[in-house]
Design a binder for this molecule. Sequence first.
Ligand SMILES: [Zn+2]
Length: 578
Amino acid sequence: MKRFISLLFVLLALSAKAQTPLTVFETSNGLKTATYEEAITYYQQLAKDNEEINIQEIGLTDSGFPLHLVTLDLDKDFDFKKSYDKGKTIILINNGIHPGEPDGIEASMMLLRNYVQQADKKELVKNIVIAVIPIYNIGGALNRNSFSRANQDGPEDYGFRGNARNFDLNRDFIKADTRNTKAFYEVFHKVNPDIFIDTHVSNGADYQYTITHLATQHNKMGGALGDYILSEFTPQIEQKMKARNCEITPYVNVFNTPPDQDGFSQFLDQPRYSTGYTALFNTLGFMIETHMLKPFKVRVESTYSFLESVIEIAQNDGAKIRELKLARQQEYKPGTKHALDWRLTRSESTQITFKGYEGEKVTSTVTGQERLYYNRDKPFTKTLSYYNTFVPTEEMTIPKAYIIPQGWYKVIDLLKLNNVAFKRLSQDSSINVEVYKIDKFNTSKTVYEGHYTNNNVKVIASNETVNFRKGDYIISTDQPAARYLFETLEPAGADSFFSWNFFDTILQQKEYFSPYVFEDQAQQLLDAEPELRKEFNKKKKEEPDFSNNWYAQLDYIYKKSPYYEAAHMRYPIYRLVD
Ligand SMILES: [Zn+2]
């Protein structure tokens, strides 16, 4: 008995230690969230008190402050390559990409402390390394207010969505307009996680759940890894959350219609989003969205429960997830065909049990028109259709290599930041390559994240011998970054560099002709080339608009002549196919 009591004292002492340092969330009884300074100071203290925790600065953000990475590693290696080689499962948690949604910031702070200080928790992470970005959008976190999350129940004040330059960082993962994204690349490739979690708070419909999940879309992820996300990882998360009395449901992707009206569909996380980007490197990605109308305290607790559930799954499935990741990587080989974009199909659905509130139509006292009202006095449990099947819309074969002339250094620099391996031509060379002409595209009429993006891109491919210069880049696709290369360098990719305006200069013609001089050259061309003359006359005969437009006629001949520049509409990245 005496031994038992002294053991009890030791345990009490340990659990007392487990309470330091305390978070702002804890000392405010769940009403407040840490400022940027408070969060960093907290982690610095935690690292000082516990040698299994490390905090480091990596890269710079637009705010002028560096990005921080905090790591829990019981072996105290703090060397991700070494941890990877030891077969440890590596989890990367990103918080505060939208600092007005700070649930993950708080949950992660408590999680790392508890898992380093409580013996029973410590046991669970023997074979796991947890890396945490405390606050990703530092500029936004510094821009604190109490209003920008109009419909959210706490905390008292919080950061703003836009970063220091008003970019939404969760749209910047491919175009990398911000320093934050470039720092993220460094973190991501250094950590090389098996599992990536991005924490958010959602807007949208009202329902009973506090937390929803938004995994990397499984068809888009593809392969056995995609199947695993759908039929093993997600169901396990759902079971574990239920066991914690904190049920989770798929992210309720609706706008102003109640989810039980037509069911709802999965959100497609294209590469511009965090989990879409991590999918390009075959990392299992999961976004969580807690529900804005639930109190901050409950939301943070449910985020905590989610992170604990992921740790439990990682303990059992870590090796399998690693294997599936490497297997999926192997499937992106030169000569194989893959999708570049996907669309939802409504012909397949899953029936899910959903706990919602009846959505009623009542007359608005503001507009006098019909409005949607969720009646919390009428909770329901219904079976709904959930649409989570996406099919490819664009498919293409991966070339052996892409050749990028050195002048396109903005793209080359991003590839380098993404650990892409390359060779450079040792001498000027003529190489037979596949060349794309941009045939069709639309440019958006409204600005989106600092861009007027190019969409619905169609190309015409042809083979040509092109002269390259010494120093131009040969990027083999036989490397782990193959999927990233394929989806960013193929212009038809949903989030290709072409769509994000990296090549807009080729869309504009640089040289023109003076009509009064070109008249005589045009006549000479027609005289010298009977085929051209035949086509020209046919067009004149068949198209009245053309025959009435002298400039269009001269321009037609100009574009068929050697005077017309080769660079116009010609995609400047080339495919090596044989
Ligand atoms: Zn968000």
